[in-house]
Design a protein around this ligand. Structure first.
Ligand code: TMP
Length: 307
């Protein structure tokens, strides 16, 4: 697959098996669905990862870009430096042999170095807009329909990413051409001064500490969506929504709902690559697993059975 993708050929598309939904424990899923349906949309919230979950892993035979990967700075030297970091750290991110505390330190190091290079290279908001318009990034089919359905039902969506909030928001603007009042992006947020990046706000979110951020992040969502905008009132308070639908593409994404004190959680995993090797782990960790870069239509179908 990767060889075909790198060559830009269509072999990947031709040889990809069709997407499938795998349910490890149908009885447990049925129970969770019934419990969530009983309390309805007023008690439900959705927490979704961004890269490889809301977005496609493959686009026309090439790997889709991530919010980090698509970024091009005015000075290409800084892109090369970030790419060198990616080549060193990305294999470590997926290494099954590095102990978790050691790996956490490595991830902190990677994120710190990347953020520093973005500041040092003088990233501008204009660079972000241009990078997104040139990017190979696309939402999965059915994402817009899912967001529309959830907006209509008044269900809040927290997009939780170790990527870059400002890029993700620009992707939403350019690729969806509309905004959703029920969606909040929780990710690493930039501070600009005169159009140039000067700092990042708050504590860094990397792939291994999403669980530590779940609770801190709930407060701003509560304030932003629940209070101060009149019409939604307390209805959008995520703390009172004890049923969770979680969408992710890594088992680490399951930590996104830690600390939320939920009553019922249905976890949906997108297994984008290494399907044979990882299906067992994924189908034990997630209630439903969509393989082979499937669309969001299966999730929409499931959500429509809950609301
Ligand atoms: P997430 O969006 O699934 O939360 O994870 C962010 C991804 O970003 C993670 O898989 C590693 C990747 N990444 C880059 O591609 N370049 C970078 O410079 C950094 C820090 C992360």
């Amino acid at each position: 697959r990767i060889a075909a993708a790198k060559m830009g050929g269509s072999a990947d598309v031709l040889t990809s098996p069709p997407a499938q939904a795998v349910i490890g424990d149908p009885e447990s899923l049925a129970k969770k669905k019934a419990a969530i349906r009983e309390l309805g949309p007023a008690k439900l919230q959705v927490i979704a990862d961004f890269d490889g979950t809301l977005t496609r892993y493959w686009i026309d035979g090439c790997r889709g870009q991530t919010s980090h990967g698509l970024l091009q700075q005015s000075d290409p030297v800084y892109d090369a430096k970030r790419q060198a970091l990616y080549e060193y750290y990305h294999p470590l991110e997926y290494s099954p042999t590095i102990p978790i505390d050691e790996k956490t330190k490595l991830m902190e190091e990677w994120w710190d170095k990347t953020h520093s290079l973005l500041i040092e290279g003088g990233l501008t908001y204009n660079d972000i807009q241009k990078s997104v318009s040139n990017a190979n990034i696309a939402f999965r089919d059915g994402v817009v329909e899912l967001f529309e359905f959830l907006e209509e039902k008044g269900v809040p969506v927290l997009v939780f990413s170790a990527g870059l909030a400002d890029i993700i928001e620009e992707v939403f603007r350019q690729k969806l051409h509309r905004s959703f009042k029920n969606i909040k992006i929780v990710s690493n947020r930039m501070v600009f001064d005169n159009g140039r990046l000067v700092a990042f706000k708050g504590k860094t979110i990397h792939v291994l500490n999403k669980n530590e951020h779940a609770l801190d992040m709930a407060a701003p969502v509560h304030e932003q969506l629940g209070e101060g905008n009149g019409s939604n009132g307390d209805n959008m308070s995520v703390k009172k929504r004890t049923n969770v639908l979680l969408l992710g593409d890594h088992t680490g994404d399951l930590g996104m709902s830690d600390g939320l004190n939920y009553e019922n959680r249905i976890a949906i995993g997108f297994l984008n690559n290494n399907v044979e090797e990882s299906l067992k782990t994924y189908s034990e960790a997630f209630d439903v697993v969509f393989t082979n870069d499937g669309s969001m239509h299966g999730v929409l179908q499931l959500v429509s059975q809950l609301c």
